[in-house]
Design a protein around this ligand. Structure first.
Ligand SMILES: NC(=O)c1ccc[n+]([C@@H]2O[C@H](COP(=O)([O-])OP(=O)(O)OC[C@H]3O[C@@H](n4cnc5c(N)ncnc54)[C@H](OP(=O)(O)O)[C@@H]3O)[C@@H](O)[C@H]2O)c1
Length: 244
């Protein structure tokens, strides 16, 4: 059995897939989760083909029951949880005058509500790991849109600002239990989520998913008394860097 274990939501693609690979390469048994089983199986297969200890577990994180089932399945397989990466997310642009209630609810459920539920239900396992080695870690993928609200992305921005606040508040509660919480706040990352913007910014000139994965490695290698509450990622020369 692996000495360390992790769950990554939104692990079938983009940022979550890169973080899953980095954790598995570093010896973690990783449960990767996403909504669409086929895409998830395919992603897991690319990692296991490289000899990595990765198990797919489909879950729609908008469902409380499915989040619970994900954590239970991970516990059943690994018996421990050292790193929880809440990363599943959706961004739906709209003018504030035209916000569609269903799309708003979906963003609130996936981007914010699911992070609360997963942290709550994973906390007993994280507390055990924190008591054991003092460096259990929760990584919550927020966005630069959570640092400064972006027009035509009001709901998305609000969910991501919520993730930053949620991360800070949780850290206040669990820091003394050897659990750290970090919010990642990237600008454009080259993933399927930013395909719509490729006409304006070339994919190869965006932040890469592996950049975020490397920072998760950094978070795990710093000492237990060094907390990094958030990391902001911007592109060189991007004025939004100073809006934070
Ligand atoms: N790319 C960027 O520029 C950027 C910038 C800032 C923040 N972010 C954040 O980074 C995170 C990852 O995004 P990404 O860029 O890597 O996008 P991505 O490649 O589209 O990946 C999104 C992941 O979330 C999963 N997902 C979506 N809805 C879900 C649901 N209801 N239940 C479970 N899983 C769900 C997707 O799988 P399924 O579709 O199969 O469900 C996929 O695995 C998101 O939270 C996003 O808001 C991205």
């Amino acid at each position: 059995m692996a000495e360390r274990a992790a769950i990554v939501t939104g692990g079938s693609s983009g940022i979550g897939l890169a973080i899953s690979r980095a954790l598995a390469e570093d010896g973690y048994a990783v449960t990767i989760s996403a909504r669409r089983p086929d895409k998830l199986e395919q992603a897991a297969a690319t990692l296991t083909a490289d000899g990595l200890d990765v198990t797919p577990m489909p879950a729609n994180v908008a469902s409380e029951d499915e989040v619970k089932a994900l954590i239970a399945a991970h516990e059943e397989r690994c018996g421990r949880l050292d790193v929880l990466v809440n990363n599943a997310g959706v961004g739906i642009g709209s003018a504030i005058d035209e916000v569609d209630t269903k799309k708003m609810d979906m963003q609130l459920d996936v981007n914010l509500r699911s992070y609360v539920i997963a942290m709550r239900d994973a906390m007993p396992l994280l507390r055990k790991a924190g008591a054991e080695h003092g460096k259990a870690l929760i990584v919550n993928t927020a966005s630069i849109a959570g640092k400064g609200g972006q027009g035509w992305l009001a709901v998305y921005s609000a969910t991501k600002a919520g993730v930053i606040g949620l991360s800070q508040a949780t850290q206040m509660e669990v820091g003394s239990a050897g659990i750290q919480v970090t919010a990642l706040c990237p600008a454009f990352v080259d993933t399927p989520m930013t395909e719509w913007v490729q006409g304006q910014v070339k994919p190869e000139e965006m932040i890469q998913p592996e950049d975020l994965a490397e920072t998760v490695r950094l978070l795990l290698r710093t000492s237990r008394y060094c907390l990094i509450p958030e990391i902001v990622f911007t592109r060189p020369g991007d004025p939004s860097a100073f809006a934070t």
